[in-house]
Write a protein that binds this ligand. Structure first.
Ligand code: C2E
Ligand code: CA
Ligand code: CA
Length: 710
């Protein structure tokens, strides 16, 4: 067509040949969608049928040149088609090619282009051929190829997944036949791989595994048939239920987690994962959480849970012990030695204690044993003796030889609901009692101890109130100078009457120290003592010094010196009127340096110091000389050691000799008889105090007593 600008020179020779060669078949070709063309090899004239024009997207009747026709092909197809046409023009021959073509409107199609040379009578050569649009076929086969590739890719992927997951995988079909088993199955369940073959039924496989003891920790072939059957049925039922997950311990010690799921197509897919490393890590964590790292014994939480009423059994004992003077091992020999001692004690304990009992280290140097079934009737005391004896064997701590000793507290338990913490506190109270009785022994938590503890708790509450409400009293006991026969002092002694009961001072003074009331109790007594003393002085009575007992806790209190100064000022008394009695234990305290400073200050201010209960403690001579003491008091046990004939007063006599030698006054306490008094007098004792002269008296009674003497 003119608008395309192609030549339209219809050669009559070509038209004739067209009619002759195609004739009526041209219409058939057109209907079949096949285009025809013809080329005169000599004139290079080209004829396209209407179908050919249609394939190229040009109007019917278009007649392009060869070059124009070749231009329709995609660039990569032009060389092959040009060569084929040229070869046919030059030498004859034929071609059949599928090539990409760009139609006039730019759309792309695939064509099958066929051609061959035909020799005409007279040596004239024509080249003719057909065009067929094969785009649809090619697309269809492309699709099919892609589909195929995809399917094989999916299969590969699936295979990769099945073989690549670090788990054993099996698939059973609707008939419960094994249809898939992956290679990892052998790795994860080495023993079972030969028992499961494709095509076998689930039930057969499970029976074989049970027979081979594959699930040995759970089910064994040696177990009765009924048990095995029940287990197998349970297994099958679980397997059939659509989804489940459980953990098996296997006969080789490994753990597998089995998870099951029914697929949409009705297959049952089972994944078995080896969780042995997780189980081992879990066990390790549990061990760390439950054990003391130093001794390997259980720790406090484990003990408490084993001691709960539900787990401890009907009868037995909780035995608690600690190492006597453990602190001095740590302080003196170092923490390494302390740790070593703890480990040795733990090792001895492990050897001694029967299996099935629980042993724990509760922290510090405290150990506990739960002894099920062990009661006083079943050898408890014999066991405690063995425990004491085995721990008393000497040990080597570095270069040091050390003989450990322990104190034991025992809380027997019965079929009651006493909670674990309460039992522990009972054993603790018994342990405290064993210590109080002198250590290296055992004590039981019994009704008596319980009552004593109850009393302590009650008294400590009442004492707090009594001090706050100023309900304490002071008794005064005179001291007599043996040479002059004059009263040289009054000792102030604390008195407490609670609901008509006189509580012994030893008891409530100890409680006060335990519960932090020592200072307030002491100041209250000092105030009352000074008040009584001031009054007796005002009456012009001969009293000598006023002596007060002072404990370590008081001496260590920050405000002790200041409080004392204020008390003296309040009653307008000189420091020289006061004497402070301390016991030897004060001098043995760890804070000895601070105590020495306080005592020095007292002395500097003019207050006298006397050493009470001399000879009963562990103080040495060097203590007496190192501290600024004015007097020593012979303990009443030594005074009472002086018999009627005076023979047995050896210690009293020695103390008197010692005191005189050091230039100190000596006061004998607890003098009850004339013979004691004359013994003391004849041996040069300075003063005496005791029932023979006068008992401790309330200030009014003391006043009467002094008046009577005057
Ligand atoms: P202590 O300081 O050795 O007091 C002397 C104890 O001997 C007093 O006991 C006294 O009543 C008793 N006694 C006096 N004469 C005789 C006698 O002829 N024969 C016998 N058998 N005993 C006699 P008390 O009053 O029961 O005091 C006991 C302990 O309580 C005192 O022993 C002292 O250590 C402590 N104490 C008393 N009051 C106080 C205080 O205010 N503060 C402190 N820290 N301790 C005190
Ligand atoms: Ca005293
Ligand atoms: Ca005394």
């Amino acid at each position: 067509m003119s608008d395309i600008g192609w030549p339209r020179s219809r050669s009559s020779a070509l038209q004739r040949a067209r009619t002759r060669l195609f004739g009526q078949s041209e219409i058939v070709l057109t209907v079949a969608g096949i285009g025809a063309w013809m080329l005169d090899a000599t004139s290079h004239e080209l004829w396209w049928s209407d179908a050919t024009c249609h394939i190229h997207g040009v109007p019917p009747g278009t007649e392009p040149s060869i070059e124009q026709a070749i231009e329709f092909y995609m660039p990569e197809a032009r060389a092959p088609i040009a060569a084929a046409v040229q070869s046919a023009i030059d030498h004859g021959g034929e071609w059949d090619l599928e090539l990409p073509l760009s139609r006039l409107d730019g759309t792309r199609v695939w064509v099958r282009a066929c051609g061959r040379a035909i020799e005409q009578p007279g040596g004239h050569r024509l080249v003719m051929g057909t065009f067929e649009d094969v785009t649809a076929r090619r697309q269809a086969s492309d699709e099919a190829r892609r589909e195929l590739r995809l399917r094989s890719e999916t299969e590969t992927l699936l295979r990769d997944v099945i073989e690549g997951i670090p788990a054993a995988m099996t698939v059973y079909d609707r008939e419960e036949r094994l249809v898939l088993i992956n290679n990892n199955y052998k790795q994860i369940l080495p023993g079972a791989a030969t028992l499961a073959n494709k095509g076998d039924t689930l039930e057969d496989i499970v029976r074989r595994k049970v027979k081979a003891d594959h699930y040995a920790p759970e089910i064994r072939n040696s177990q009765p048939e009924s048990v095995r059957e029940a287990w197998i049925n349970d297994y099958l039922a679980r397997h059939r239920s659509s989804d489940y997950s459980r953990i098996f311990e296997l006969s080789n010690g490994n753990f597998v987690q089995v998870s099951n799921a029914r697929s949409t197509s009705g297959n049952i897919v089972t994944i078995r994962t080896d969780i042995t490393p997780i189980k081992h890590a879990e066990a390790e964590l549990r061990y760390l959480a439950e054990h003391c790292s130093l001794t390997g014994l259980y720790n406090r939480p484990v003990l408490l849970s084993a001691l709960s009423p539900a787990s401890r059994g009907h009868h037995g004992s909780l035995i608690l012990f600690d190492i006597d003077f453990f602190k001095s091992v740590n302080d003196g020999l170092g923490h390494g030695a302390g740790d070593l001692l703890l480990r040795l004690i733990a090792r001895r304990l492990r050897r001694l204690v029967p299996s099935g009992w629980t042993i724990a280290r509760l922290g510090g140097d405290e150990f506990a044993i739960i002894a099920p079934g062990l009661t006083p009737a079943t050898g408890l005391v014999a066991f405690l003796d063995r425990l004491l004896a085995c721990q008393r064997r000497p040990v080597r701590l570095g270069h040091a030889r050390y003989v450990p000793s322990i104190s034991i507290g025992v809380a027997p338990f019965a079929a009651d609901h006493t909670s674990a913490p309460t039992l522990l506190s009972h054993a603790d109270a018994a342990l405290y009692e064993a210590k109080r009785q002198g250590r290296a022994r055992h004590a039981f938590y019994d009704a008596e101890l319980a009552a004593r503890i109850q009393r302590r708790i009650r008294l400590s509450d009442q004492l707090r109130i009594a001090i706050a409400r100023d309900r304490l009293a002071v008794a005064l006991q005179p001291q007599l100078n043996l040479a002059s026969g004059k009263i040289t002092g009054l000792e102030a002694l604390a008195r407490w009457n609670e609901n008509g009961e006189w509580v012994p001072p030893q008891e409530f003074v100890a409680i006060a120290e335990d519960v932090g009331l020592a200072q307030s109790l002491g100041l209250s007594i000092i105030d009352k003592a000074l008040a009584a003393h001031a009054r007796l002085r005002q009456m012009g009575l001969q009293t000598g010094l006023i002596a007060v007992n002072v404990s370590t806790a008081q001496l260590l209190a920050d405000d002790f010196l200041e409080s004392l100064r204020q008390a003296l000022a309040r009653h307008a008394l000189q420091p020289s009127a006061l004497e402070v009695e301390i016991t030897e234990t004060v001098l043995l305290d760890r804070s000895v340096v601070r105590i020495a400073e306080t005592l020095d200050t007292l002395r500097t201010r003019g207050i006298s110091l006397s050493l009470d209960d001399f000879g009963t403690g562990y103080a040495s001579l060097s203590h007496i000389t190192a501290f600024p003491v004015d007097r020593i008091k012979i303990d009443k046990s030594f005074t009472q050691g002086i018999s009627a004939s005076g023979e047995r007063g050896l210690i009293a006599r020695s103390i008197i000799g010692l005191g005189r030698g050091l230039g100190l006054d000596v006061v004998a306490e607890g003098v009850e008889t004339e013979s004691q008094m004359s013994f003391l007098k004849s041996h040069g004792c300075t003063a005496m105090q005791g029932y023979l002269l006068a008992p401790p008296m309330m200030p009014d009674a003391c006043e009467q007593w002094l008046l009577a003497r005057a």
